[in-house]
Each structure stands twice: as structure tokens, then as C-alpha cells.
Design a protein around this ligand. Structure first.
Ligand SMILES: [Zn+2]
Length: 408
């Protein structure tokens, strides 16, 4: 089945780069007055209307001058969770302490209790709603982490729900095992790390439930040594690292991530020149999560400094109940521009091709290229530049989302 989209006012994000770094982050391939040819799930051609249209198509529709961009890629989410932490939101506004918030049912450990008492079916029903919401907001590739289980059985339950989501939705879904999100109640850190390495990782690998392994390498959570031990174990089972690092303090997480060939190191609210030097020449994608900085009133990552140093940067939503309850990647792009001073082109590359790279899907998503999935956003009339998406950041801009060649 071949579908031809004609009269695209501006086709944005054309290119075959796997990642963009430094000055290339300011470059976005565009074509004015374009057509795009889709065969089944894939993009099979594009060109300008003036050059003439391909023949032998089954279906033909006009974009009526609208802008078309690749769907967003969200390389860092915790979209599977049980219940709500809205009460914690109000407690934080009222200035309650961490201990008081925990006593009221907040924090990761309480999320773990809630998840423990929620059936796999119910967890799926709650979580699929969030994934459908992210897709409607333009995300076509989504990474989802475990990490609210904190026991072998409950981590497996989360990962099975992620697998079921992957089998249900047209978005590309990648799964990350984050057993080392926090130390389970009543355990020492040493015992918990042993449980992660000796029991959880082998069990996860035996069912083929995860693509990646993640550790919360942060002050007060898991040390650099714990992280290295977990990542080395994960590597033996074929799980590539993605890491939480440098959210709460300069943790050494970037260095241990790069040393272990991490696909990405994520958060990076606090970094120094040493982190930039370490990332240079590595395959690791620095990933910043401005939605968490916004929600927590934390510093924003130094994306501009990283790019000026020649690095690439990805942006992701960190969609989770405690610190970033939004999976809207257009808002993430806007925060990139407004709070991190990225240009619209830099922010766009950060939420598309580079975020695809950070979840190892840039071969099939993140740009307009022959052979990639036809994951597209058709913008509403009036949104005809990348800057307009970030500038009018609460005005609905999506006319339609197309995933795997079909409107959702
Ligand atoms: Zn996270």
C-alpha cells in the first residue's frame, strides 16, 4: 500500500545522520512545497512538488500547505506506575520535609508499595493511558523504565507491562531495567545490589524483558562502585547501560557510564568541565530532562555549553509521578529553548534524532529518511516554523500524528 502526501508546506528534519553534535545541532534538513511517499510503515521517497510526483500510488492526500516534522523520540520515561502522587505535589508546595512527604505516602518507596498492591492487568490499564497520551502529543518512539518494583517479582511485573505496551501501540517502545532505582525497604545497600546482580538481572534476561539497564547513580542512592558492578553484570547478559547521573550532585556517574559504554547518561543538572571532557569522543549521548528541572525548580543542564564544546545533546521528558508528571515532548522542546537557551533547531534535533540515538532507534526513527518508519506530525495551519512550536508553547499545534504510516 503506497500513500502519497502532497502539498507539504515545509518538510522538516530530512537526514540520515545517526546523531548530531556541535555545530551540526543547528542544522535541520528542510524541503519547501514537498511530497512524501509512504509504503506500508515506511518512508520510501520525498521530493519537491516542482520536480513532479511519483506514479503508481494507491492513496493520495494533500497536506494543504501544512508543516510536517518527524514524530518526537522520548528516550527517558517512567511511564509505568501505579496510582497517583498528586498529594505529594501539594505537600511539596506547602513545604513539607522529605520525611513528612514519605509519611504521607510520597517518594519512590511508596510508589513501590502501590505497585506491589496493583495487579499486572490493572498496571497495564493505568499505564497504557499515559502512553496513548504521549503518542497523541507527538511521540513516536518511547523508552520506558522499570524501577518502582524493587523486588524481583515486581520488577518483572513492570517489565511485562512494558512488553505488553510495546505489543499494543504503534509507537516504537524500548524497555529499560532500572532495578537499582532505590534500595528496597528493610535492606542494606550492599544486599540490594547483590539482589539486583544475582537474581534480578538473570531473571530479566531469561525472559528477554529489557533492552537496557539503568542505575540511579546519585548521592544517597547508588555509588560509582555499585553502578560499575551492576553495569558489568548487565553487560554479561547483553543489556547496554543508560544511566541516571548528576541530578542531585556531581556523582561520577558520567565517568562510570562512559567507561561502561553507556548509550546515554541522563539528567546532568550538575556538571563540570570534567564531564564534558569525559564525554568527548565517546559514543554516549548526554541527555537532559528539563521537565524535571522545571517541576523541581532545579538548575537546568548546561546544554549550550555541551554543544559549544562540540558534543551532541538529547532532551527527554522523564515522565514520572514524582518529579516530572508530563510526557509532552513539545513542552520539553519549548523548555530547551526558553530555559536552556537552545535555538529551535538545536532543541528540535535534541528531541528527535539525538533522543532516537539515546535509545538506539536512530536507524528507524528521529528523521525523515528513506527506509525509516513513517512516524510524522502534521502541524496545524499557522505553525510553519520550528520556532513557532516553542514560542506559542501552549497553543495546540498538532493537526495529526501518523505512526507507522497510519493516523492515530
Ligand atoms: Zn528518570
Amino acid at each position: 500500500m503506497k500513500t502519497l502526501v502532497t502539498d507539504i508546506g515545509l518538510l522538516v528534519g530530512i537526514g540520515t545522520d545517526i546523531r548530531k553534535e556541535g555545530a551540526a545541532m543547528s542544522e535541520v534538513g528542510c524541503l519547501k512545497d514537498a511530497w512524501l511517499l509512504i509504503e506500508d510503515e515506511q518512508i520510501v521517497g520525498f521530493g519537491t512538488m516542482a520536480d513532479g510526483l511519483p506514479s503508481g500510488v494507491d492513496l493520495n492526500w494533500s497536506a494543504e500547505g501544512r508543516m510536517v516534522i518527524p514524530a518526537f523520540c522520548d528516550s527517558h520515561t517512567h511511564a509505568v506506575w501505579a496510582g497517583s502522587r498528586e498529594r505529594e505535589f501539594e505537600d511539596k508546595i506547602r513545604g513539607l520535609s522529605y520525611a513528612e512527604i514519605a509519611a504521607n505516602g510520597g517518594g519512590i518507596l511508596n510508589s513501590a508499595d502501590l505497585l506491589h498492591n496493583t495487579s499486572e492487568d490493572e498496571l497495564f490499564e493505568q499505564s497504557i493511558e499515559r502512553v496513548l497520551e504521549m503518542m497523541a502529543a507527538g511521540s513516536g518512539a518511547i523508552e520506558i523504565k522499570s524501577g518502582y518494583g524493587l523486588s524481583t517479582a515486581d520488577e518483572l511485573k513492570m517489565l511485562r507491562v512494558i512488553r505488553r505496551i510495546r505489543e499494543t501501540v504503534p509507537a516504537v517502545v524500548k524497555s529499560t531495567f532500572l532495578g537499582a532505582h532505590a534500595v528496597a525497604r528493610g535492606m542494606s545497600r550492599e544486599d540490594y545490589v547483590r539482589l539486583v546482580c544475582r537474581e534480578m538481572i538473570p531473571a530479566v534476561a531469561a525472559e528477554g524483558l529489557a533492552d537496557f539497564a539503568d542505575v540511579f547513580c546519585e548521592q544517597g542512592f547508588f555509588t560509582v562502585d555499585d553502578t560499575a558492578e551492576i553495569l558489568e553484570t548487565a553487560a554479561k547478559y547483553g543489556l547496554r547501560p543508560k544511566l541516571h547521573a548528576n541530578q542531585l550532585a556531581v556523582s561520577g556517574g558520567v565517568q562510570v557510564g562512559v567507561a561502561n559504554g553507556a548509550l546515554s547518561v541522563d539528567h546532568l543538572e550538575r556538571t563540570t568541565q570534567a564531564e564534558i571532557d569525559c564525554l568527548k569522543g565517546s559514543a554516549t549521548m548526554p541527555t537532559m530532562l528539563p521537565g524535571a528541572s522545571f517541576f523541581l525548580r532545579d538548575p537546568y543542564g548546561n546544554a549550550k555549553g555541551f554543544i559549544e564544546a562540540g558534543l551532541g545533546v538529547a532532551l527527554a521528558s522523564d515522565y514520572n509521578p514524582g518529579t516530572s508528571p508530563s510526557g509532552d515532548m513539545r513542552f520539553v522542546m519549548a523548555l530547551g529553548c526558553i530555559r536552556m537557551r537552545l535555538t529551535p533547531e538545536q532543541a528540535f534535533n535534541a528531541v528527535t534524532v539525538n533522543s532516537a540515538c539515546a535509545m538506539d532507534v536512530s536507524g528507524i526513527a528521529g528523521s525523515i529518511a528513506v527506509g525509516k518508519l513513517a512516524n510524522l506530525i502534521v502541524a496545524k495551519p499557522g505553525f510553519d516554523t520550528l520556532g513557532s512550536l516553542a514560542y506559542r508553547y501552549t497553543t495546540p499545534f498538532i493537526d495529526k500524528v501518523i505512526l507507522r504510516g497510519k493516523a492515530i
